[in-house]
Design a protein around this ligand. Structure first.
Ligand code: ADP
Ligand code: MG
Ligand code: MG
Length: 898
């Protein structure tokens, strides 16, 4: 038979799916014999049944009554008993904590009679009426749907008439009067009376929790976070304990260690004579926990012992809620606590030192995203002062600039050399130029998937979004903070995209100690804790990861940095940057050449320059593989802009002069080569097949660089990669050419040069025919940017700013497919290509060189897909190393638990 209700004694944290996080952890604490007020949990299963049928499942209310009776017996009091009522709290709690779920209702069981009994039994009339007014207010807002502002107004009005600073100064009569006012508010607003029957209060509160699962905010949140809609929430019903019984009572929150730095030692806030959320609501000033030690030494010591018990039991930082009732301590909630990136590394390392977790487990406690945040410079916390506002940390980093309110102004000032921060309510595609020009973007609305957030992350630009406490007035070009501070256009502010905070003025920046360590290998002193912890985590990851990590680098400087960061080679060395600058002239000549001789002259001039590029990179990466990609972009990218040329020629003609013949020639070429969709045009391997001499020149440059490095005693390991292949025939033709040139250079130099030849897999057709392509390829490298574009049929530049935030909002995808690999679509092509490629050639080396190679979630996918390496930007290398280790770890965990 299905059960719908569990006593705290019956559950545990392994039942979180059924009992919700809060309920399961209360049961766990009960099992540990911590002082938890008794109670029971109505399961998520009951909620699911209620939501499908619209009625309580059969047997649920009987089970609730039975558990209630047991609770009453153990307390020696009945729910709502007139002379000494048992009171209850009704708390929601799903598997994942979610905004928008029903707020807890405290003090259920009070009515016009039992409030008098409570006053007598407790000997504290004020307390009884305070509890009753809390119940009417909470029940009125959360169960009956009355606007909470109406209750707050009544409270404020009463405080003003009595001329008292806060609620503690209202006496029993005041509070009794407030109860009457509240009840009237409810009647006026709903046409219903506040229910006097305790049983009805309990029943309605439980059902209201169920119903809140489908509240609008909760649904929206689940869609964005991709939490299934059919999990349901559990309901915890628990005996009340009273923190509002006088100065020897109170409530508080605590962490087993500092969630900001990870430093060991209790951390938290306490508020005496307070109940429930008072401590975090900011209605009165709280005191730090150290103060509790003075106020109530016994409870403090007991609390400290319980926190130790919890931390060693959960083997992690715990965050808890507690209440002291007349000197007696009660534990009301615990969970594994949230923490900053710095704290996550520090705590993981400390827990290893304390032998609470194994070094391998510590890897599960840290993340690549956290490491990435620690690699940015940050503001010196001792010098930032009070924050102007807080919002969501949408894109990490720290930036300083003058406030501007529109895109045009941002562009104008940036062009004049000023650093600016673009401030908007929300951004739209029209703001794109301003976002590009700004150091940071700040919005007052929108979540982490808003336009501002998505686009800023895509550009690697600092962004704080949804700073709702700011009123942004574009018209008068100013924003106003919560406390009324007015910030005009041109004022300098500092934006911390890692923490989601905004500060006045130019806050001083401090370099990242973690970055310094990664760059130099020196651990420094100031942040030794976190640097040691990061170093340890990377060592751990390197020890167990199966994926190799390479970097995408086109210059010797980037190659050297990547190597310091731990790269095991270069997975993508683009050659197009080597055709820019002064060399553009030579490329132009090659394109315009009408005779073989003219073209050869241009190519001959390019050859030594290319060779030198490769020599430097192979030297920086001595002994490690360097995958060099043959020229990929369409050639007209190296020619001047068509409109500019046309205008120049027209202007000259208008003056009656003859246009420069070179310009005319160029315009002809540009017009001839014009493409409607260059992304799908003459590029990649197609260039090599139709532009005579180009591949031969590039391959000769590579081969001669290898010869040169070999002669110098180095160990060059060049690999030649052909882009944008769609058919094996393309690769075969190009490869023949490559091998012909390698043979010629070997012959000429007397040094045998052999480079593996492979291809990028970046077109669906390449993935679909990977079995054939592998006949000609010694390695594959997934170009996941292009593969994503061509699989979805959209171009990143056109769509990201235009409609991605709408798609994310509508739940079409959970994350931008350019940030996190789309497993369902692109991922299937990757899986297919790996399987069929290896079926043809079992020792086929397979990697990825798209930006996804540095994205934590995608790295896990590439690990599972069986790739040999990921390649990402030099700065992404440490993150990828860490995540590759974590991926290997979760794999062993999965097989252990099988
Ligand atoms: P949330 O999920 O928002 O933290 P909680 O269910 O934890 O909501 O409850 C809100 C507040 O009420 C918390 O401060 C909690 O400690 C307090 N509270 C909950 N149950 C009880 C109880 N039985 N006795 C006293 N206070 C309680
Ligand atoms: Mg809570
Ligand atoms: Mg590509």
């Amino acid at each position: 038979m299905v059960r719908y209700v569990y006593d705290f004694h019956e559950g545990g944290r392994d039942l979180a799916d059924l009992l919700g996080g809060k309920g399961a952890n209360l049961a766990e604490m009960t099992r540990l014999s911590l002082p938890v007020p008794p109670g029971f949990i109505v399961t998520t299963e009951a909620c699911r049944a209620f939501l499908t049928t619209g009625a309580e499942p059969e047997g649920m209310s009987r089970e609730v009554s039975q558990h209630l009776t047991a609770l009453e017996e153990s307390a020696g009091r009945r729910l709502g008993q007139p002379d000494d009522p048992l009171l209850l709290s009704v708390r929601s709690g799903a598997r994942f904590s979610m905004p928008g779920m029903m707020e807890t209702v405290l003090d259920i069981g009070l009515n016009d009679d039992s409030v008098l009994g409570l006053a007598k039994a407790s000997g504290n009339e004020r307390f009884a009426w305070d509890s009753y007014r809390r119940l009417v207010q909470m029940f009125g807002t959360t169960v009956m749907g009355v606007d909470s502002a109406l209750f707050e107004q009544a409270m404020t009005f009463l405080k003003e008439t009595r001329d008292v600073p806060d609620d503690v100064h209202l006496d029993a009569n005041d509070l009794a009067q407030l109860v009457e006012t509240y009840k009237n508010v409810i009647h006026l607003e709903t046409g219903e009376y506040f229910p006097q029957s305790p049983a009805e209060q309990l029943r309605r509160a439980i059902l209201a929790v169920f119903e809140s699962w489908n509240g609008e905010r909760a649904r929206l949140y689940r869609r964005r976070e991709h939490i299934p809609d059919d999990l349901g929430t559990a309901v915890t019903v628990q005996r009340m304990v009273y923190g509002n019984l006088g100065p020897d009572s109170g409530s508080g929150v605590a962490f087993t260690r500092d969630p900001a730095t990870g430093r060991a030692g209790l951390y938290g806030d306490y508020l005496s004579n307070a109940q429930g959320e008072d401590v975090v609501a900011g209605i009165r000033n709280t005191v730090p926990l150290a103060e509790l030690e003075r106020l109530d030494t016994r409870s403090y010591r007991e609390l400290r012992a319980h926190l130790r018990t919890l931390e060693s039991h959960y083997r992690d930082l715990c965050d808890i809620e507690f209440t002291i009732e007349r000197g007696r301590l009660w534990m009301l909630q615990t969970r594994v606590g949230k923490r900053t990136a710095e704290a996550s590394f520090a705590i993981a390392a400390e827990l290893v030192d304390e032998e609470l977790i194994t070094p391998a487990e510590s890897l599960a406690r840290v993340s690549g995203d956290g490491l990435a945040r620690l690699m940015f410079p940050r503001f010196d916390a001792s010098a930032t002062g009070e924050a102007l506002a807080h919002g969501l940390p949408a894109s990490p980093g720290a930036a300083v600039g003058a406030v501007v309110f529109d895109s045009a102004e941002a562009v104008r000032r940036a062009a004049a050399g000023e650093k600016v921060v673009l401030v908007r309510q929300e951004t739209t595609p029209d703001d794109l130029p301003g976002m590009v020009a700004a150091q940071a973007v700040l919005t007052s609305r929108g979540g982490k998937t808003s336009h501002a957030a998505v686009v800023a992350r895509g550009m690697g630009k600092v962004c704080v979004c949804g700073a709702e406490e700011l009123t942004v007035d574009i018209e008068v070009r100013r924003f106003t903070t919560r406390d009324g501070t007015v910030v005009e256009e041109g004022t300098v502010i500092s934006v911390d995209g890692s923490a989601g905070a905004v500060y006045p003025g130019a806050a001083p920046l401090v370099d990242s100690e973690v970055m310094r360590y990664l760059e130099t290998g020196e651990q420094g002193e100031r942040a030794a804790g976190v640097v040691d912890a990061v170093a340890g985590a990377l060592r751990q990851a390197d020890g167990i990861r199966r994926l190799e990590v390479r970097a995408n680098a086109d210059t010797p400087e980037d190659a050297a940095r990547a190597r310091r960061f731990g790269a095991q080679g270069i997975g993508l060395c683009r050659t197009e940057h080597m055709f820019l600058g002064e060399r553009r002239k030579l490329v132009e000549e090659m394109i315009l050449a009408t005779t073989d001789a003219a073209r050869d002259r241009a190519l001959d001039a390019l050859l030594p320059l290319q060779r030198q590029d490769f020599i430097s990179i192979l030297e920086a990466m001595n002994g490690l593989p360097v995958t060099i990609r043959l020229l990929d972009p369409p050639l007209h990218e190296f020619l001047p802009d068509r409109t500019e040329l046309a205008v120049r020629i027209a202007a000259t003609e208008a003056r009656g002069d003859t246009p420069d013949p070179h310009d005319t020639e160029l315009l002809d070429a540009v017009s001839r080569m014009h493409e409607e969709n260059p992304m799908l045009g003459l590029r990649g391997v197609r260039l090599g097949l139709v532009v005579p001499g180009l591949v031969a020149m590039q391959v000769r440059a590579i081969a001669e660089a290898v010869v040169e490095r070999t002669r110098a005693g180095g160990s060059p390991e060049a690999e030649i990669m052909v882009p944008l292949v769609g058919a094996v025939e393309e690769l075969r033709i190009e490869r023949d050419e490559v091998e012909r040139v390698l043979a010629v250079v070997s012959e000429e130099s007397g040094i045998p040069v052999s480079c593996p030849v492979g291809t990028m897999i970046e077109l669906p057709r390449a993935a679909l025919t990977a079995g054939r392509i592998a006949e000609e390829a010694e390695f594959f490298s997934f170009g996941t940017n292009d593969l994503t574009q061509t699989t979805w049929g959209f171009s990143r530049d056109d769509v990201e700013a235009a409609f991605f935030s709408a798609y994310l909002d509508k739940g079409v995808f959970a994350a931008s497919p350019f940030e996190t690999l789309d497993r369902e679509g692109v991922g299937r092509l990757v899986g297919l290509a790996v399987a069929e490629g290896r079926a043809t050639r079992p020792d086929l080396k397979i990697g990825v060189c798209g930006e996804h190679g540095g994205d934590p979630e995608s790295v896990h996918f590439f690990h599972t897909a069986g790739l040999d390496y990921v390649s990402c930007s030099p700065f992404g290398v440490p993150v990828a190393r860490l995540e590759a280790g974590r991926a290997a770890l979760s794999e062993t965990e999965e097989s252990d638990s099988r």
